[in-house]
Design a protein around this ligand. Structure first.
Ligand SMILES: CSC[C@@H](O)[C@@H](O)C(=O)COP(=O)(O)O
Length: 364
């Protein structure tokens, strides 16, 4: 799963076994378990159950899912895309990948569709890794400038970055979005330290981001979700850097629930708030994020229970709320563009404004 220091992979296609392979992210950080995906149903389950998650990775998994479905029934393109589109509603990369496949495959003779879908899926995987690497390069310039500014003002020599959820290589084709600039900065010898939000209820920060950063030796500290405001008030955060599941044509940013509160705290404390995303995460059809982005609501037991392993290494899921408690579990929220300092994409860094988004579109 790790092809080089620069290319850690959470998903790959095994040509000899003719199987898609994924790291089962529900087992991390306790177990590094690789699972084979051979059917459309398995691909859908992996997305729904969050064995794979993160906006770009959801799109890439769906692309391979189309291949798996077509090799069983070459005539099932439309129906397959419909099934996959229903797996998770918020990340636009899913629709983006499915549209690209349907448009690309519709003119391909049925007998060749499965093979063509596989080639397209592999291309998407490589393109996403390259896009994330470019995000890392642009983000590195930004972090480097922020560190120079901090040092010129007489601050200490470490750049403190706060991130939410997991926007690392586990969430993408490689490198990650928000974590890519951090990895590049660490590799370039920039002194960085990451505040990792635990990210309730699924704990992607505690289970995935902390695990990723530890693997790469990036200094980091895990904090509860509600700590960000306090840290910012005390000058302990120099920049917030998060990913996105869908960004609109006006620059509104949808990301994991709790991101908006971090952006508000950042605004109140004059901490820059940057969002890193590949252009496949932009929904140019939508202007208004708060009103129009569909927000996934997930099962209540993610809130009423916590899962983990005990001292004996046994996996447990324990209740932390009364059994009959009513639960609401929105998976994402929207940060209005006015709170976003900039969008770091593979095309460069742009303002989160209508003009900024038009400039990005002009470069596609
Ligand atoms: C490159 S990842 C950007 C986002 O997808 C990430 O921050 C996020 O919110 C993931 O949510 P998840 O519910 O784990 O799929």
């Amino acid at each position: 799963m790790s092809t080089s220091r620069d290319q850690k992979r959470t998903l790959w296609y095994d040509d000899s076994a003719q199987q898609l392979r994924i790291i089962d992210q529900t087992q991390l950080p306790h177990q590094l378990q690789v699972v084979a995906i051979e059917t459309l149903e398995q691909a859908c389950d992996a997305i729904v159950n969050m064995q794979v998650r993160g906006a770009p990775l959801i799109g890439i998994t769906a692309a391979f899912g189309v291949h798996l479905a077509l090799r069983r029934d070459a005539g099932a393109l439309a129906q397959t895309c419909e099934t996959l589109a229903k797996t998770r509603p918020t990340a636009i990369n899913l629709q983006w990948a499915l549209s690209r496949l349907s448009e690309g495959l519709v003119s391909v003779p049925q007998a060749q569709r499965a093979e063509a879908a596989l080639e397209m899926a592999k291309t998407m995987l490589e393109e996403d890794a390259a896009a994330c690497s470019a995000i890392g390069d642009f983000g590195l310039e930004l972090l480097s400038a922020l560190l120079t500014e901090k040092q010129a003002l007489g601050g200490d020599s470490v750049l403190n970055i706060l991130t939410h959820c997991n926007a690392g290589w586990l969430a993408t084709g490689g490198w990650g979005t928000a974590l890519a600039p951090i990895y590049k900065a660490h590799q370039a010898g920039l002194p960085v330290h990451v505040w990792v939000d635990e990210t309730r209820p699924r704990n992607q920060g505690a289970s995935l981001t902390a695990w990723e950063l530890a693997q790469s030796g990036v200094p980091h500290t895990l904090v509860v979700d509600n700590a960000g405001g306090h840290l910012m008030q005390h000058g302990m955060v120099d920049v917030c850097l998060v990913g996105s599941d869908r960004t609109t044509a006006s620059g509104d940013v949808c990301n994991k629930i709790g991101t908006y509160l971090k952006a508000l705290a950042a605004y109140d404390n004059a901490v820059p708030f940057y969002v890193a995303l590949p252009t496949s995460t932009i929904d140019f059809e939508l202007e208004e994020g708060v009103r129009d982005i569909p927000i996934e609501e997930r099962a209540g037991d993610e809130v009423t229970h916590v899962s983990g392993i005990d001292e004996a290494g046994v996996k447990r899921k324990v209740a932390i709320a009364p059994a009959a408690t009513r639960v609401s579990n929105f998976g994402f929220d929207v940060t209005p563009a006015r709170l976003v300092s900039g969008l770091i994409t593979e095309k460069g860094v742009f303002p989160a404004t209508g003009q900024g988004l038009q400039d990005i579109r002009a470069r596609l």
